[in-house]
Design a protein. Structure first.
Length: 263
């Protein structure tokens, strides 16, 4: 691909699109506008950057064989390879340590908290209730991640012939009330939500129908993981404050130290 030619074609197409709306009768104004368009006033110069090369740590099978991840994760993430920074983050998470990952686009940040969460769930298969909450700033990200979780489920069931041992669900304003009601009655291991719906869950405690959770102000279950995804999407600052308030009210499992798997 000739990137410069591609850039020129995109700019030309965009310029043609913009000009199709222009019908300026005054010659002087039309001349000025056309001059500015010709200077590229509405689009920036092309930006060329090299993609960083991240240090490889080997396949998921290799990492699982080393004991960093539960062996079953090799079936869930079949065919995946990990970078060193992913393994470093996962080691912190599985060691009950908090971590923040700020690597570039396409560096596999999601797998750091997913690997950590799945490892913990597989190590404690008998524990029920919400064990990890993943909070996103936008529903579009939740929908995308939910599809990824379904692919992980398909990978595992295809590789082993067994039922996927991890339940997951998305709790947003998109789902019908009966769907959310079923989730409140039978909470999944992993809850994908946004900060507004998390606040709603923590405020309407009577919606958790199990007697064990009545009058409780915490997320039901031995919730050990709280992961905030794309924190730069929390704008204005009042949203970040709401997130911090929800984290405090969630009352994550203590002791031992609660892990916050943060992206």
């Amino acid at each position: 691909m000739d990137v410069l030619q591609t850039h020129k074609q995109v700019v030309d197409d965009y310029a043609s699109y913009i000009q199709s709306f222009l019908n300026i009768a005054d010659p002087a104004i039309r001349s000025t506008v056309e001059s500015k368009l010709a200077e590229g006033r509405l689009w920036p110069e092309p930006l060329l950057q090299f993609n960083p090369a991240y240090e490889s740590a080997g396949s998921v099978d290799t990492v699982a064989d080393q004991g960093v991840l539960h062996p079953a994760i090799a079936d869930i993430l079949k065919g995946y390879s990990l970078y060193k920074h992913q393994v470093d983050a996962i080691k912190l998470g599985t060691g009950d340590r908090d971590f923040i990952v700020t690597s570039g686009t396409g560096s596999g940040k999601s797998l750091t908290y997913i690997g950590t969460i799945f490892h913990d769930l597989l190590r404690h298969p008998s524990e029920s209730g919400i064990r990890a909450v993943i909070v996103y700033p936008m529903n579009a990200l939740i929908n995308s991640q939910f599809e990824e979780f379904k692919r992980y489920q398909e990978n595992y069931e295809k590789a082993t012939g067994k039922t996927f041992p991890i339940s997951f669900g998305q709790y947003t304003g998109q789902e019908k009330e009966e769907v959310r009601e079923r989730m409140r009655e039978n909470p999944p291991h992993v809850l994908l939500t946004n900060y507004m719906m998390l606040e709603l869950l923590l405020s309407t405690v009577t919606s958790w129908t199990s007697p064990r959770h009545e009058r409780s102000k915490r997320v039901p279950g031995r919730t050990r993981g709280f992961c905030a995804v794309e924190m730069d999407g929390l704008r204005p600052s009042s949203q970040a404050v709401a997130m911090a308030s929800s984290l405090d009210r969630a009352d994550l499992d203590k002791p031992p130290k609660a892990s916050s798997w943060i992206r």
